[in-house]
Ligand binder design. Structure first.
Ligand code: PEP
Length: 250
């Protein structure tokens, strides 16, 4: 049975007190369930608290962004080294909200991936097409470009890809499991060409876009989907636990 990863992207949600209540609620709900590696990606302001609170649990900590320089005059930015210092193992890079709202380019994302990998963080590298791109049958071209430009010149040992069709994020719409599988298989083929097939076979590829307890199973049973990146439905510990448990005891 393949081991799965489910990552919670809290986005700009939760104070430290809310994070504390969440973890207290989530912990017992996941007791004894080891089929899934769970990663919590809170806002920066919760990292210090969660780094301590998760220390004696199986839950991993991730950040939602970083800046590529190690230190210096970059007001408001956070480096890979700072995230490591906070106990992060993962960092989300290239989320569509950052591409669209903060104008992150494939070149910016390439620098961020290099900086994360160089520091020993595992990037959760997000790729995916917009609705007009999908309607124009550009899905494969878009993810191929994002992968090629994002990974250009890098030799990352550890990497997670999140395939997130932009039109499915926070909308309640999903790619069909068969369409998601098709694109995730294509992503794996691109990764094989980037480096080699055995490396590509070991890269976890997550699906993201309105995942809930009701649809998680249909995605993770696809051969090239190794889990999910979950936004909105990760904010409620009861619902998130049902996703992590693949809704089996729901
Ligand atoms: C996300 O933001 O990465 C995401 C997948 O969000 P949602 O689950 O809310 O669609």
């Amino acid at each position: 049975m393949k081991r799965l990863m489910i990552a919670a992207n809290w986005k700009m949600n939760k104070t430290v007190a809310e994070a504390a209540a969440y973890i207290k609620d989530l912990g017992p709900r996941l007791a004894g369930w080891d089929r899934v590696e769970v990663v919590i990606c809170p806002p920066f302001t919760c990292l210090a608290y969660l780094s301590d609170a998760l220390k004696h649990t199986e839950l991993q900590l991730g950040a939602q962004n970083l800046f590529w320089e190690p230190k210096g005059a970059f007001t408001g930015e956070i480096s890979a080294e700072m995230l490591l210092d906070m106990g992060c193992r993962y960092v989300i890079i290239g989320h569509s909200e950052r591409r669209q709202m903060m104008g992150e380019s494939d070149q910016d994302i390439n620098r961020k991936l290099g900086s994360a990998g160089g520091a020993g963080l595992i990037p959760i590298f997000c790729v995916g097409e917009t609705l007009p791109e999908r309607e124009d049958s550009q899905t494969r071209n878009v993810v191929q470009r994002q992968l090629e430009q994002g990974l250009a010149g890098l030799d990352l040992q550890e990497l997670v890809i999140a395939y997130e069709p932009v039109w499915a994020i926070g909308t309640g719409l999903n790619a069909s499991p068969a369409d998601a599988q098709d694109t995730c298989k294509y992503i794996r083929d691109c990764l094989g060409r980037h480096r080699d097939e055995s490396w590509a076979a070991a890269v976890p590829i997550l699906y993201g876009g309105s995942v809930t307890a009701l649809n998680i199973q249909s995605f993770v049973e696809q051969p090239d989907i190794n889990g999910a990146l979950v936004g909105g439905a990760s904010l409620d510990p009861e619902h998130f636990a049902r996703i992590v448990r693949l809704n089996m005891d729901a």
